[in-house]
Design a protein around this ligand. Structure first.
Ligand SMILES: NC(=O)c1ccc[n+]([C@@H]2O[C@H](COP(=O)([O-])OP(=O)(O)OC[C@H]3O[C@@H](n4cnc5c(N)ncnc54)[C@H](OP(=O)(O)O)[C@@H]3O)[C@@H](O)[C@H]2O)c1
Length: 323
C-alpha cells in the first residue's frame, strides 16, 4: 500500500536544524516542505539548500500553513514550550528537541495542550530510536547478563566562550545539564529506572548557567555515576556493568554506532551501520505515528518525558540551579 508523504516544517534554523534537514533527505515518503526563521534571508538560504518549497520569516506563519503535517522545533530550550504550543494549537504534529521544556510544569502544560487538540507531540531524544540502543535495551530487559550493578556515563566538550550563546546564556536555558547532561540521565532512566536518591554538585559560568555537573544516582542494588561538562572534552562513553558482563556504548554514546559486550572474559563489538546521521530513525518512527493517527509515541511516552524532566528538576534543586 502506498504510504502518505509526510510534509515537514522546521522552526529555528540553527545548527541542529541543518542536521535534521540533511537526515530527512534519506527518509522515504517524507519531504521538507517549509522552514521558518526570524530572518527572511536565513529562511530563503536554508530553503534553497534543502529544497523546501516555502520559506517563512515568522514561526506563526509556518504553524498556520495548512499543507504542513509535522513541525520540528529546533529553537533553544527556553522556547520549546511556546513554539510547541503554537504548533499544537494549529493542529500540527510536533517533534520538539530535547529537553522537551525547562521544567516539569512546562512539560505538563505542553502534553495537556497536545491532548486537548488531539495532536501528536514527542520529545526528539533521537538516541532512543537508534538500532544500537534498541539492542542494548533488549539485553537489559532479557536479563541475559543478569541485573545492572553499576552504570557510568559522561558527556563533555569545550565550546568557545560566548556569554550570549545558547549554551552559556542562562536566560535561554544555557548550561551543561539540560543540553548534554540529559543524555547520561536518559541512558540511566531507560535502563535502571527512577533512582532512590540523587546527589549532585556543579560549577558555574559567570552567567549562572552550570559549567559542569557531577551526579550520583543510587538504587537498591546499583549506582550510576554521571557527568556533563562544558569545561573539557571527555570520552563521552557509557558503560553498564551487569552481574555477568558489561556493555559499553562506544563513543560518542548518544549517537553510538557500535556496542561492545564483554561476557565470560570475551569481548565482542557489534557494529550498527547507518545510512545517515541517525535522526532518520526517529523521523521514520514519527512519520508512522502520524500515518497511524497516534497522538503519543509508544517509544518516547509522555510519562517518560515527564520522568526525564522531573529528574533534571531534581538535579537542578541539588545544585541550586533555578530556571
Ligand atoms: N538532538 C541533538 O543531537 C541535538 C544537538 C544539538 C542541539 N539540540 C537541541 O536543539 C535545540 C537547538 O540547538 P542548536 O544547537 O541548533 O541551537 P542554535 O544553533 O543556536 O539554533 C537555535 C535556533 O533557534 C532560533 N532562535 C529563536 N529565538 C532565539 C533566541 N532568542 N536566541 C537564539 N536562537 C533563537 C534561531 O533560529 P532563527 O534565527 O532561524 O529563527 C536559532 O538559529 C536545543 O534545544 C538543543 O537542546 C539537539
Amino acid at each position: 500500500m502506498e504510504k502518505k508523504t509526510i510534509k515537514w516544517g522546521i522552526i529555528g534554523l540553527g545548527k541542529i536544524a541543518n542536521k535534521f534537514a540533511t537526515d530527512l533527505k534519506v527518509v522515504n515518503d517524507a519531504e521538507l516542505y517549509a522552514v521558518a526563521s526570524r530572518s527572511q534571508d536565513k529562511s530563503d538560504a536554508f530553503a534553497k539548500e534543502y529544497s523546501a518549497k516555502k520559506a517563512y520569516n515568522s514561526y506563526e506563519d509556518l504553524a498556520k500553513d495548512n499543507q504542513v503535517d509535522a513541525i520540528y522545533i529546533a529553537t533553544p530550550h527556553s522556547f520549546h514550550r511556546e513554539h510547541s504550543i503554537l504548533c499544537l494549537q494549529n493542529k500540527k504534529a510536533v517533534l520538539c528537541e530535547k529537553p522537551l521544556a525547562m521544567n516539569l510544569q512546562e512539560v505538563e502544560e505542553m502534553t495537556a495542550v497536545a491532548k486537548e487538540n488531539n495532536v501528536l507531540l514527542m520529545e526528539a531524544l533521537w538516541t532512543r530510536f537508534l538500532p544500537s540502543f534498541q539492542y542494548v535495551l533488549e539485553i537489559v530487559e532479557s536479563k541475559k547478563l543478569g541485573n545492572i550493578t553499576h552504570l557510568e556515563a559522561d558527556f563533555g566538550f569545550k565550546p568557545i566562550y560566548n556569554a550570549d550563546s545558547r549554551l552559556i546564556k542562562k536566560e535561554i536555558g544555557g548550561g551543561s545539564l539540560l543540553d548534554i547532561g540529559i543524555y547520561p540521565i536518559f541512558i540511566t532512566l531507560s535502563t535502571l529506572g527512577i533512582p532512590n536518591t540523587i546527589d549532585a554538585n556543579a560549577t558555574f559560568f559567570d552567567t549562572g548557567a552550570d559549567k559542569e555537573c557531577n551526579m550520583v544516582f543510587t538504587y537498591k542494588n546499583a549506582k550510576a555515576i554521571l557527568k556533563s561538562t562544558l569545561k573539557e572534552k571527555t570520552p563521552t562513553e557509557a558503560s553498564i556493568t551487569f552481574d555477568k558482563g558489561t556493555i559499553k556504548l562506544n563513543s560518542r554514546f548518544f549517537e553510538q554506532t557500535s556496542v561492545t559486550i564483554t561476557e565470560n572474559g570475551t569481548e565482542n563489538t557489534i557494529e550498527f551501520p547507518t545510512k545517515a546521521g541517525g535522526f532518520d530513525f526517529e523521523i521514520d518512527h514519527f512519520n508512522q505515528l502520524i500515518r497511524d493517527a497516534k497522538t503519543e509515541s509508544n517509544m518516547m511516552t509522555f510519562e517518560f518525558s515527564k520522568t526525564l524532566i522531573s529528574t533534571l528538576d531534581k538535579v537542578r534543586k541539588n545544585i541550586g540551579l533555578d530556571y
